[in-house]
Design a protein around this ligand. Structure first.
Ligand code: BGC
Length: 849
């Protein structure tokens, strides 16, 4: 039977509101017949229809008559396979404003002058009463803000997003949200919008800079009502709306938390004033993955600290907010502090939050009540509550993260590796908060480019990230500096790093503009993202080339601008100091240039730009040659011996064939000498196991993967980590933080996904599933057996549907099972060299091990 398993518009299966004039439509099919092929597929949108051929099922662009704003379209799909079985599916999507000028104007509180430094403004509340006297056919509210907002109709929150309008490079793009209010309009209605400081106005970045985008909050909204008689009424924000800061939310700040006074009625209403913004962004229908509430977390243990604070342990580190149900007395103040770890004496350890207060303060009214912060989030496992008898309180928490579907899974016979996989996934969730962030708890939570640069391939195995990453990449493009360099955090939002100068391009961090689109392309087959980012990549690589270009002879290809301008082998555990990580930048930066230029060559070829491709190929080859000639002895020995110095050239294939094996042996020696413990920083960590395993040293790779001594991935697991840490030595065997006063002692987060980039190795080698052609049109299933593992199984989401793979070994025989999505092909290689080519279907194979 032929079945359509997914139909999407702009990567959404439902609720798509778009301003895109040519939306991207995709679908996946399945058959219970092995080898079934799709022979016919037709997409119809209104008067337009198109036969889908080739790779069209992973993305067909609407090319019909111009779409009209404020309109619902239906998409029909009819498909047929080679046995004449048919299937059909349909969905609707809606166009947004599509550049219709706003009748509403930006409004604010003209009396509110917010000048205080390093804090966030008091939330502004806007309201407007609406009277309608005719039957309504369709009503939509379009809204956005300077700050973060929530909107209520008659006291009920519209939508389920947190932190709308989301975090973008505000000077370039601002999203608006669309709310279907048709069923809620009663004839006499009140719209209320609360706007907190958020990223645009509130304090952000560890310098706690505020008012980066606007001096105070502002709201732009339009209620568009279509009556059954065909007339349309638009009620926009203007000075007839009222505003006040005198509501129950007294403080809201991304880092500091929220202060809520439930005894307070909202008073002090006065008329709003028009606001002129400092920026003129394109205001576009939401195109990212908004933050929503996901897992509900319950305490697994409750203890009382020596000062009486009641500590709730949620058993898992995550990003989110608490939810309290309580019985209180008017004026009773409850404080909830948050922390990732406890001190040895059982109190909360908040030292590493730095300036982030991460505290919810709630003043009760009388009786039963509920509270949960709405304009802040915290990264925590423990919540410490004071001010209420625990018997009067029910507390839970909810994980907040971007609405991305988890489409991958990995599991194997080693429970510690399974925990590592869980930790990687939780660190991803905790750091996908509208943008890819570094950490969710301290005063950063910023879009550090280097972190997602190394983590994207792993992230894409676990989650469908098209909208999430495409949105962020739009900002990467927008934030590129005229010099070609990229800010180290995107959106930059007031950040300036004293040490590095992004104008000059920063290896492995700026590389995100090449590597993240590439990872997305590999996972989804979407070549449009490469096309969109190509000019950005070119400018960036040109900048890197420029900065590498000082010196003579082969030195012209060694990127050796002063180390302080780089992050180098960031957080490498084999040397303790930041300056030592940076000191390795000659190696990391040169390898970065080889990689970005080489990748750009491939991208240029794909886009039909052969001349460009040839130039980038030459550049990449020259850089590789310079690395081997100048940074190694030419025979596979690095001049400065550290793991990353070998990992990068091995993984990136920079060594000439005749020295590769020697270089790999030298890496193995280093690893052995280090008792199979990890020594790499951000740039080397994702690749070290590939560098070892793919050069014939799978045993060494497995010993490192399964090592439980510090520093190693499983050390963290062994001492109780529930997420991936920033520093390998974040806690010692006794649960204490051993990091001394080396200048980085305040840089300790227990929820940083970068070193979780090892996840790709679990999928690609241990499970054995790896794309050969983008989007898994052709993929490999080649499990790498080792480390005493006896089984692995997992799923990999592809645009064609789900790959299911599993293998287990019993009595020297491997039984492997694979589900190949219809429309893809798979080359299976089992131990002993058993090879087979498979088309769509489910198969079981065996091999002697
Ligand atoms: C962040 C990182 C980031 C790094 C770069 C840190 O403070 O948390 O993950 O990439 O700085 O220097």
């Amino acid at each position: 039977m032929l079945e359509i398993t997914r139909l999407t518009v702009e990567h959404l299966t439902a609720d798509c509101v778009t301003d895109c004039p040519a939306p991207h439509i995709a679908f996946a099919v399945r058959s219970d017949r092995n080898g079934a092929q799709l022979t016919d597929a037709e997409l119809t949108v209104g008067d337009w229809s198109a036969k889908v051929t080739g790779d069209g099922q992973t993305g067909t662009t609407y090319k019909g008559p111009a779409l009209l704003p404020f309109t619902t379209y239906s998409v029909q799909l009819a498909a047929k396979d080679d046995a004449d079985e048919t299937a059909a599916a349909s969905m609707t999507f809606e166009t947004g404003r599509m550049e219709t000028p706003w009748k509403g104007q930006w409004i604010t509180d003209g009396d509110y002058h917010f000048t205080e430094a390093k804090v966030s403004p008091v939330p502004m509340v806007f309201r407007r009463e609406i009277t309608t006297d005719k039957p309504i056919a369709r009503a939509r509210l379009y809204a956005t803000a300077m700050g973060i907002y929530e909107v209520e109709l008659n006291g009920k929150k519209l939508g389920d997003r947190y932190f709308a309008p989301g975090f973008t490079s505000y000077k370039s793009y601002l999203q608006y949200q669309t709310y279907d209010v048709t069923p809620f309009m009663t004839g006499h209605d009140t719209l209320t919008a609360t706007v907190a400081g958020g990223w645009a106005v509130g304090s952000f970045v560890f310098t706690r800079k505020n008012r980066v985008t606007a001096d105070r909050q502002a709201l732009l909204a339009e209620l568009r009502i279509e009556y059954e008689d065909g007339s349309v009424e638009v009620i926009g924000t203007d000075s007839s709306w009222q505003v006040t800061e005198d509501g129950p939310i007294r403080m809201a700040d991304i880092y500091d938390g929220e202060t809520y006074d439930a005894t307070k009625e909202t008073t002090g209403w006065h008329n709003a004033a028009p606001e002129t913004l400092k920026i003129t962004p394109a205001i576009t229908a939401e195109y990212g993955a908004p933050v929503k509430a996901h897992e509900v977390m319950h305490p697994v243990a409750v203890t009382t600290a020596k000062d009486g604070e009641v500590i709730y342990d949620f058993g898992q580190n995550f990003a989110g907010v608490i939810r309290m149900k309580l019985n209180g007395k008017a004026g009773q103040v409850i404080t909830v502090r948050h922390a990732e770890i406890l001190n040895p004496d059982g109190t909360l350890n908040t030292t590493f939050l730095r300036t982030a207060k991460a505290t919810a303060t709630y003043t009760c009214r009388d009786g039963e009540q509920e509270y949960s912060p709405r304009f802040s989030y915290m990264g925590f496992r423990y919540a410490g509550v004071k001010g209420i008898d625990p018997k009067e309180l029910e507390i839970e928490a909810v994980a907040l993260y971007s609405d991305v579907a988890q489409h991958g899974g990995f599991h194997c016979s080693d429970e510690m590796l399974n925990k590592l996989q869980s930790n990687i996934t939780w660190s991803a969730k905790s750091n996908f908060v509208d943008i890819p962030t570094d950490c969710p708890q301290r005063d950063e939570r910023m879009g550090w480019t280097g972190d997602i640069n190394v983590f994207a391939p792993t992230a894409l195995y676990n989650f469908e990230l098209s909208r999430f990453l495409e949105k962020w990449l739009r900002d990467v493009k927008a934030e590129q500096l005229p010099t070609g360099g990229l800010p180290n955090t995107v959106p930059v939002q007031g950040y300036g790093f004293p040490a590095t100068m992004p104008e000059m391009a920063v290896d492995w961090w700026g590389d995100a503009c090449v590597n993240v689109p590439w990872a997305l392309y590999e996972a989804t087959g979407n070549v449009d993202i490469l096309r969109a980012m190509y000019p950005t990549m070119q400018k960036y690589v040109k900048a890197c080339r420029f900065w590498a270009g000082f010196g003579i002879g082969k030195h012209r290809y060694i990127w050796h601008t002063p180390a302080v301008l780089h992050f180098g082998d960031w957080v490498a555990p084999d040397v303790p100091k930041m300056s030592q990580w940076q000191g390795r930048s000659k190696y990391t930066a040169t390898a970065s240039l080889c990689n970005t230029s080489g990748r750009l060559a491939k991208i240029a070829r794909l886009l039909g730009k052969d001349e460009d491709a040839a130039q980038y190929e030459t550049l990449s080859a020259k850089v590789a040659d310079a690395y081997c000639s100048i940074l190694t002895d030419g025979s596979g020995k690095a001049k400065d011996e550290f793991q990353t110095a070998y990992v990068l050239p091995l993984y990136l294939n920079m060594f000439p064939e005749n020295v590769k094996a020697k270089a790999a042996e030298n890496l193995v020696k280093l690893v052995e000498k280090n008792d199979y413990k990890i020594g790499t920083g951000f740039p080397g960590t994702p690749y070290i196991l590939f560098a070892l395993a793919d050069s014939g040293h799978a045993d060494t790779a497995f010993k490192m993967l399964l090592n439980t001594q510090c520093p190693s991935w499983l050390y963290e697991v062994r001492v109780g980590a529930t997420t991936v840490w920033e520093r390998w030595d974040g806690l010692d065997e006794n649960g204490e933080c051993p990091i001394g006063d080396d200048g980085t002692d305040q840089m300790i987060s227990y929820n940083h996904y970068a070193s979780g980039a090892v996840g790709a190795f679990l999928y690609r080698r241990v499970l054995g599933v790896e794309p050969v052609l983008p989007g898994y049109k052709l993929f490999k299933f080649a499990p790498l057996v080792g480390g005493g593992l006896t089984e692995a199984d997992g799923t990999v989401g592809t645009p064609y549907g789900e790959i299911k793979a599993a293998w287990h070994i019993e009595n020297g025989e491997m039984t492997a099972e694979i589900t190949v999505p219809m429309g893809t092909a798979c080359t299976v290689t089992l131990p002993g060299g058993v090879e087979q080519n498979l088309s769509g279907g489910s198969y079981t194979l065996t091999a002697r091990v």
